[in-house]
Design a protein around this ligand. Structure first.
Ligand code: GTP
Length: 598
């Protein structure tokens, strides 16, 4: 019957190996969208985004595909976010599938996220269909890459599809494999409802739209449902599918992927990984795999113009409607005034939110350097979580400090092993393992403090390996470390927003470099500005910004007006990003300086 004709699958890949392009070709091939519609669709979405200030994601699409055997199949293609910050979301999207197309670039071969994604797919018992993409490239080596997939992942590649998503080659072949190799969903329509939430977004008209995969039972409008993690109940108003436009249907039943609208006001009530069940006839237990995820990285966001404070709060409220993992609370800094401490899943998530606030809401920000969450056990025995370095208790009150560690996997050509080892050791990494992938490439595994990754690791990894390294990490737990808080004083006054936490063995060095950096970044003022780094009462480094001698315009000899104007404009431009701290003007870059001091 119907259930036997459903296939639920995802596409997994390392960044840039062609996942989106392949998805587009599949939509085109199955007639879900014509080329022209696809362009219009994209435009539509941008308009909508502008109007409502939200992102509409094409998160799960229902397609119909008439296979070579003459049968018509219902395919649900579920998209997965492609970044380590969102690993948990990826794992829940994969949990909604029975199969995954594994896209590997024919020129690049397997990369760190290829493997990370494969592990997630294997955790969820998915049938994995390898596809070697970009065979049109002159540098493509499909046979070598197939061998790599066999050797490293252990997948049989004798049937691997050789494709060029760009040129539309291999599309039908992969769809045939989806139909014949990915198992149909199992599950029982007569059991109590169990539907997995794998995503949600906020819509200004309908409230929260919940993306679900039904595992058991049936859900229809009028159903009374309960979220098993939060125990909240709702009445279903609409159910439907994305085909790819939102289309209402009578019901979603076993194997179906679609959306549920139930007058839900807050995405925080629809946790990714949670199970929706029937409120009157609940399932005895939820689906496995649910986790409450906590922000890993925090920073302060302050409006440059204090009168933007309320706008900033409104912006965060709006973004939060659609982002269950964003956390924020008001914070006051003696240096920066009123702002917010915000928590993010990782650095990319942080950058996305910062950029949206500035672009979509037009609020120029000062952002403080990102910090991880430290667990501090005080001498009175209480453990507190420190999300802001300036809140670290004084040394005498600290029994010990723990910091988050990650297990990092770095994949590189042999030639760079030495460089990577040096880099990781410099970042307090502990060597775990080195594994040869083939004659030319290795995977290095290190356990490292997350804070060291937050501090400039990506850039150094890239520059140290000419871009050949790929990298992935997962949280591995808290460990005790010998950490101290470093304070920065400008003109004798401590600037709370510049405090940072550093390992004791690196403290002097970092304090010194930080002062040097700040000296370069802080423009000359009318008076001399001493910059000092201190641990507790002890000054460990000092630099001085000399007083300004002449008017800037004096630099322009003669009466070259255009040049003068340019200079003034440049100054004005610089001003936008300045914050008056005490009587010193401090540019945005100064607050990020700590990230660049290795
Ligand atoms: P993220 O969205 O960043 O994760 O990347 P992705 O994996 O979705 O890759 P995307 O589809 O955006 O493709 C990355 C780049 O590769 C784009 O510039 C594509 O045009 C190009 N590309 C994709 N498929 C092919 C192909 O078959 N051949 C060639 N030559 N280029 C391709």
């Amino acid at each position: 019957e119907r259930q036997k004709k459903i296939r639920n699958f995802s596409i997994i890949a390392h960044i840039d190996h062609g996942k989106s392009t392949l998805a587009d070709r599949i939509l085109e091939y199955t007639g879900a969208l014509t080329k022209r519609e696809m362009q219009e669709q994209v435009l539509d979405q941008m308009d909508l985004e502008r109007e409502r200030g939200i992102t509409i994601k094409l998160q799960a699409v229902r397609l119909t595909y008439k296979a070579d055997n003459g049968e018509e199949y219902l395919l649900n293609l579920i998209d997965t976010p492609g970044h380590v910050d969102f690993t948990y979301e990826v794992s829940r999207s994969l949990a909604a599938c029975e199969g995954a197309v594994l896209v590997v670039d024919a020129a690049q071969g397997i990369e760190a996220q290829t493997l990370a994604n494969v592990y997630l797919a294997l955790d969820n018992n998915l049938e994995i269909l390898p596809l070697v993409n970009k065979i049109d490239l002159p540098s493509a080596e499909p046979e070598r890459v197939k061998q790599e997939v066999e050797d490293i992942i252990g997948l049989d590649t004798s049937d691997a599809v050789l494709a060029s998503a760009k040129n539309g080659i291999g599309i039908k072949e992969i769809l045939e494999q989806v139909v014949h190799k990915v198992p149909a969903p199992t599950g029982d329509p007569d059991q109590p409802l169990k539907a997995l939430i794998f995503d949600s977004h906020y819509d200004a008209y309908k409230g929260v739209i919940v993306y679900v995969r039904v595992m058991d039972g049936t859900i229809r409008s009028g159903s009374k449902i309960k979220m098993m993690a939060t125990n909240k109940t709702f009445e279903v108003i609409e159910v439907g599918v994305f085909s790819p436009r939102m289309t209402m249907v009578d019901e979603l039943t076993v194997g179906d992927v679609g959306f549920v609208v139930a007058g839900i006001k807050n995405v925080k009530d629809t946790r990714v990984g949670d199970t929706i069940t029937d409120a009157k006839n609940p399932a005895p237990e939820p689906l496995p795999g649910y986790r409450k995820i906590n922000p890993m990285v925090f920073c302060g966001l302050y409006p440059i113009d204090t009168s933007d404070y309320n706008d900033l709060r409104e912006a965060l409220e709006k973004l939060e409607l659609n982002d269950a993992s964003l956390r924020y609370e008001p914070e006051t800094s003696s240096a920066l005034g009123f702002g917010f401490r915000c928590g993010f899943l990782g650095l990319l998530h942080m950058e996305i939110i910062q950029e949206r606030i500035e672009r979509e809401f037009n609020i120029p920000l000062i952002t403080t350097a990102p910090s991880v969450v430290y667990q501090v056990t005080r001498t009175d025995g209480e453990m507190i979580r420190i999300e802001n370095p300036s809140h670290m208790p004084e040394v005498g009150k600290i029994e010990y400090i723990e910091e988050p560690y990650v297990k990092a996997s770095i994949m590189v050509p042999n030639d760079y092993v030495g460089a990577i080892m040096e880099l990781c050791q410099g970042k307090r990494g502990e060597f775990i393992n080195m594994e040869y992938l083939d004659a030319n490439r290795v995977t290095l595994t290190y356990e490292m403090p997350l804070s060291e990754i937050v501090y400039d690791f990506f850039d150094q990894l890239k520059s140290g390996t000419k871009g050949y390294a790929s990298f992935d990490y997962e949280f591995s737990g808290y460990k005790t470390s010998k950490l101290v808080k470093m304070d920065i004083l400008l003109n004798g006054e401590q600037v709370d927003a510049l405090s940072f936490i550093v390992h004791r063995d690196k403290a002097y060095q970092r304090g010194k470099v930080m002062c040097e950096k700040l000296k370069d970044l802080i423009p000359r003022q009318m008076f001399e500005v001493p910059i000092q780094a201190a641990i507790g009462q002890k000054i460990v480094a000092r630099e001085t910004v000399k007083a300004m001698r002449k008017n800037v315009l004096a630099k322009c000899y003669g009466g070259d007006i255009s040049r003068k104007r340019k200079l003034l404009e440049k100054q004005k431009e610089g001003k936008k990003r300045m914050k008056q701290v005490g009587n010193v003007e401090v540019p945005q870059e100064a607050f990020m300086a700590v990230l660049r001091i290795d």
